[in-house]
Design a protein around this ligand. Structure first.
Ligand SMILES: *Cc1c(COP(=O)(O)O)cnc(C)c1O
Length: 451
């Protein structure tokens, strides 16, 4: 019978893992997972882990969901894949119809890719190409927020701002215009989220006015900068941004790859600001966490700017081999069925309140500077010295200590630097949350007690 050890040696001989300094695995054990069920993962030694981060923010309804499994099995027997150029299939048509209905009003066209970063590349190219097709070839630039994250491919990295991922590759990247984020962790004492977000918008307004002639679009993560340490801001910022983009004729690209499908409490975060972007990117939870798929929704105006006789050479010739894969679309349709069949969002609202109540005691912890939440995303920021506002140096890897401590207690957390967060599958129950909070609290004591 195989154990963790069986797989670890074989893995480390041939697999190069994502987002990992591989040398860490000389002392940090890799965990081979044998199976998943609901919020639980199980390794080859029989140890179980509560997946509190939805396997990198993709899983919505738990692992091995019987309904999604059945839908996939059925699709597998008829069509696994076919190219989407010149051909089509029922799962992609059905999914597109549903997304157009569910997305903020005005988004009428679905262009597919197979991961979030690729969706961002599509969005950037589409916006640039739109303006070019309109005869505005001087529009070549993008505005992005500080601390933003849009993925790892070169275009996506260029419009992101997390130094850890970006800095090394800076010489390869196009230049974006970076405007300070409305990040409410940085607000003045006594100032509220709304007030801070409104004040921060003035820099954006100025940048928009100054650069309008050369701008394709502004790209933002709505309400939560997830990879940027789960920093959050008020919906009012999106409302102001939508108005200002319209005033100067610049696209608004909203990246809901992480926030989409209920994470922030509403199906899409945009709804809380009551806005529609010109271009919307979705990924991650789109398939319920089953298969890689992403989609870029655009307005009819954008679509029509590409629609012309072939000889005008104005078509959008972007493609990926697995664009609109039928199995992935089937998983996405099954996931949307679950949203239709069950009161997911109202149950999540209740779970979100339960999570927040459960962490109340931590607010007084001498090394917790803030607890913040948007729907099913709850973040706990650790700090070295609360009074001085002095953060822990990154070299101390405090979050990693929480990670190790939690794993030993059967919980999978994956802190971002000094920020611990919960982004669980929606099938988590109160007992699971109690365990999660108990282990997190222990982990924080453990990680902040040592020098
Ligand atoms: C994860 C993420 C991406 C990139 O998606 P991948 O599928 O990892 O390429 C882009 N934007 C946001 C906001 C994300 O969280």
């Amino acid at each position: 019978m195989s154990t963790n050890a069986t797989w670890i040696d074989q893995d480390l001989a041939v697999v190069w893992h994502p987002c990992t300094q591989m040398k860490d695995h000389e002392w940090l054990p890799l965990i081979p997972i044998r199976r998943g069920q609901g919020v639980w993962l199980e390794d080859y030694d029989g140890q179980r882990y509560l997946d509190a981060i939805s396997s990198w923010w993709v899983n919505l309804f738990g692992h091995s969901h019987p309904y999604i499994n059945n839908a996939l099995r059925a699709q597998l027997d008829s069509l696994e894949h076919v190219l989407l150029a010149g051909f089509t299939h029922a799962p992609v048509i059905r999914l597109s119809q549903r997304l157009v209905k569910l997305a903020p009003p005005g988004l009428t066209r679905c262009f597919y890719a197979d991961n979030g970063s690729s969706a961002i590349e599509v969005a950037l190219k589409m916006s640039f190409h739109f303006h070019r097709n309109q005869g505005q070839s001087l529009k070549t630039k993008f505005i992005t927020l500080s601390n933003s994250y849009h993925g790892e491919t070169l275009g996506a990295l260029a419009v992101g701002d997390v130094a850890l991922y970006k800095q090394t590759y800076a010489p390869l990247l196009m230049q974006a215009i970076t405007v300070p984020s409305p990040d409410c962790y940085l607000r003045e004492p006594g100032s509220g989220w709304r007030e801070h977000s409104i004040a921060r918008f003035e820099v954006m307004r100025t940048a928009l006015q100054q650069h309008a002639h050369e701008l394709c679009a502004v790209i933002v993560e709505p309400l939560v900068q997830c990879a940027g340490h789960m920093r959050m801001y008020d919906p009012v910022y999106l409302k102001l941004l939508r108005q200002a983009c319209d005033e100067v004729g610049v696209h608004l690209i909203v990246d809901e790859i992480a926030t989409g499908f209920g994470r922030t409490g509403t199906l899409f975060a945009c709804e809380q600001a009551d806005i529609s972007p010109d271009i919307l990117c979705l990924g991650k939870g789109l398939t319920g966490g089953y298969l890689p798929l992403s989609v870029v929704l655009s307005t009819e105006t954008i679509y029509q700017a590409f629609y012309a006789d072939y000889a005008q050479l104005s078509g959008f010739l972007h493609s990926h081999s697995y664009t609109g894969n039928p199995l992935a679309c089937t998983a996405a349709n099954a996931s949307l069925d679950i949203f239709e069949q069950q009161p997911i969002l109202s149950r999540n609202a209740q779970l979100a309140r339960y999570m927040l109540d459960a962490v109340q005691e931590l607010r007084a912890h001498p090394h917790v500077s803030e607890i913040r939440q948007q729907g099913m995303i709850l973040a706990i920021e650790l700090i070295k010295n609360k009074a001085k506002g002095e953060p822990y140096p990154w070299q101390e890897r405090r979050g990693l200590r929480v990670y190790q401590h939690a794993l030993a207690q059967g919980v999978l957390l994956r802190p971002l630097g000094n920020v611990i967060y919960f982004m669980p599958p929606y099938v988590i129950n109160h007992d699971d949350i109690d365990l999660l909070v108990r282990v997190t609290t222990d982990g924080i004591h453990f990680a902040t007690n040592e020098a």
